[in-house]
Write a protein that binds this ligand. Structure first.
Ligand SMILES: [Zn+2]
Length: 330
């Protein structure tokens, strides 16, 4: 794990993922039209050799096309090369204002965004120059139930999401959509869920008692969020050592780590997917900008509170382990 670098002017990367046919291009096009990602460079990944999607963006945004290999596996080297290229070009662009500061990757429908994040973190140059800003995963309301039941990949995509967007809810019965929402909340309790039909926000069915779909357990324990509060006076570097040790011991069971902590350098946003923790980012002090705050699904988290999401995490054991570690230092 790197130490915080408040001066780092990193390229922010947004990953737009989702299963084949989830409507990623349509959603992205509408978002761009609405101005959601100003000045972004688009990286469009098609697993197939034939790439057609870039024509859809109509030349209004610069597009890098990656065809012939999925960015999470076979096409990963090409994806990392494209990002290195972009960082390189960025370093020659004038001043922070003229510089490309955002890239949006539309993944192939077969990509696991968690694997892309891991590849990014494993590359020392990119880990330093690129920050994963958000992973948005689109879920097709018409077909996701079947995909989640049959495909481990569908679940991996949902688990890796910072937020989930349901598409095609107009083509699914409200009761089915409500069960899907309950299932997604079980798989990824921290991700807010919204619905979008061809670029228009849509309401989710108001059926809070809907039961999740009976998905076969992959390894027995459901994925649940666990909150831990950091002991007062524990500094970032010490906490980073403890967290690295925890993740290397239990990283396959812990799918997400997220939280903010107060340090002498400022407020740090910490986030990780599986065993990979991003270099922490200094946050502005304005709570309104806090990505952890202000969504109905995600209650505001206080500084010094870390949320771990995973299978079979024992809150007491984790809290005791951290307290023991802190006691040796303080
Ligand atoms: Zn892949």
């Amino acid at each position: 794990m790197a130490t915080p670098d408040p001066g780092a002017d990193r390229l922010r990367l947004v990953i737009v993922g989702g299963y084949l046919g989830a409507g990623k291009s349509t959603w992205l096009r509408h978002q761009l039209y609405a101005g959601a990602f100003p000045g972004a460079r688009l990286i469009i990944n098609e697993a197939a050799e034939l790439a057609v999607d870039d024509a859809l963006f109509g030349g209004r945004y610069p597009v890098t096309l990656l065809a012939g290999g999925c960015a999470c596996c076979a096409g990963c080297p090409a994806f990392l090369d494209a990002l290195r290229d972009l960082c390189d070009r960025r370093s020659r662009e004038a001043g922070p204002d003229g510089r490309t500061s955002l890239a949006v990757l539309e993944t192939s429908g077969l990509a696991d965004p968690g694997a892309i994040a891991a590849a990014l973190r494993a590359d020392p140059m990119l880990a330093f120059h690129v920050t994963l800003a958000e992973t948005i995963v689109l879920v097709d309301a018409q077909n996701a139930a079947a995909q989640l039941a049959a495909e481990p990949l569908g679940r991996a995509q949902v688990e890796a999401a910072d937020r989930l967007v349901l598409t095609k809810t107009d083509l699914a019965a409200p009761a089915d959509t409500a069960r899907l929402v309950a299932t997604l909340r079980r798989l990824n309790p921290a991700a807010p869920i919204t619905a979008d039909i061809r670029g228009e926000p849509a309401a989710l069915p108001d059926m809070p008692s809907a039961a999740p779909l009976p998905l076969a357990q992959q390894d027995g324990a459901p994925i649940l969020p666990v909150q831990i509060t950091l002991p007062d006076g524990l500094d970032w570097a010490a906490f980073a050592v403890w967290l690295s040790a925890l993740l290397s011991a239990h990283g396959q069971d812990i799918v997400r780590v997220k939280g903010t902590l107060r340090t002498p350098a400022g407020r740090l946003l910490l986030q990780g997917i599986r065993t990979h923790v991003q270099p922490p980012e200094i946050l502005p002090d304005v709570p309104a900008n806090d990505p952890l705050d202000g969504t109905p699904d995600r209650p505001p988290a206080r500084d010094g509170t870390i949320v771990l999401i995973g299978r079979g995490i024992d809150t007491d054991r984790v809290t005791r382990s951290l307290a023991r570690f802190a006691a040796r230092l303080l």
